[in-house]
Design a protein around this ligand. Structure first.
Ligand code: ATP
Ligand code: MG
Length: 263
């Protein structure tokens, strides 16, 4: 069975894409078969961070110009990347039917995958909400700033109210140390639990690190770089281990790899 996860945040620029692709590569290095779907169709950039030249994207598949096979790219450590669009108006305004098409088009990968990691755009748009509702588990990335807390809360609230999602995992990025990260998680959890019957678990943290910034500039995911691996690899290993321990939630509605149960 494929385990699907979406990286979400509310606020932009908090490290979703970086965490999503490095988790994917780390899972792959641990022997799992992994794909990344870049569902940030406005500003798709997972392909840039993964150094994949994406001549064709999922937008081309939607328009009928190519098949899914043509938009599944092999990347680092064998991770498959399905790149988002290039910011054309069409892809920015994906409607529900097109999102359903994308979700169902991935069914053919089911027998050859252990994990699907979905990178979503910032903000609580219909698209982010629907893709986050279509996975087994939602991972929220936070940074220790009130704006990040409030935007993440707005996202969580929308997902809970519109799609009845209850369980969320949280990663605190760019933290000073583990203690501070956990304090930030507890503060965020307190806000969420004050208003909503949700369950949050802390699955890890990352320090603010120039190695992470450099790895993005060099288009070489930090988990593959010897020096970065020494500085931040341990944090990434804990996140990856916790991802493996997440148990999938039962959901109704459109879901990745659920065509058999829907039909
Ligand atoms: N652990 C970290 N330490 C230092 N800088 C970081 C870290 N994680 C991310 N960054 C910085 O934040 C920037 C944004 O990261 P990333 O693109 O992964 O965020 P995002 O949440 O996916 O953004 P968007 O909302 O635009 O999709 C990176 O270019 C990098 O400079
Ligand atoms: Mg991103």
């Amino acid at each position: 069975m494929v385990k699907s996860l979406a990286f979400v945040s509310g606020k932009g620029g908090v490290g979703k894409t970086s965490l999503a692709i490095n988790s994917a590569i780390n899972l792959s290095l641990s022997g799992f078969k992994v794909a990344v779907l870049d569902a940030d169709f406005g500003l798709a950039n997972a392909n840039i961070m993964m150094d994949v030249k994406a001549d064709k994207t999922i937008a081309d598949m939607l328009s009928g110009a190519c098949t899914l096979d043509d938009v599944v790219y092999r990347s680092h450590a064998g991770v498959k990347l399905i790149p988002g669009g290039s910011g054309t108006l069409d892809t920015l305004n994906l409607d529900t039917e097109e999102r359903w098409k994308i979700i169902r088009s991935l069914d053919v990968l089911e027998d050859d995958l252990d994990y699907l990691i979905v990178d979503t755009p910032a903000g609580a748009s219909n698209s982010s909400i629907e893709f986050a509702a279509a996975v087994d588990h939602v991972v929220i990335t936070l940074v220790g700033e009130p704006t990040s807390f409030m935007d993440a809360y707005a996202f969580l609230k929308a997902l809970h109210i519109e799609k009845s999602v209850i369980n969320f995992s949280v990663i605190v990025n760019m933290a000073k140390n583990e203690n501070n990260a956990f304090k930030d998680f507890k503060s965020f959890e307190k806000i969420a639990l004050m208003f909503l019957p949700v369950e949050l678990s802390f699955i890890g943290w990352m320090p603010g690190s120039s190695d992470v910034v450099q790895s993005i500039i060099a288009r070489k995911p930090f988990i593959l770089d010897k020096k970065s691996k020494r500085s931040v690899g341990k944090c990434m290993d804990i996140i990856t281990k916790n991802i493996q321990e997440i148990s999938p939630q039962k959901r109704s509605g459109i879901h990745f790899f659920s065509s058999k149960s829907e039909g």
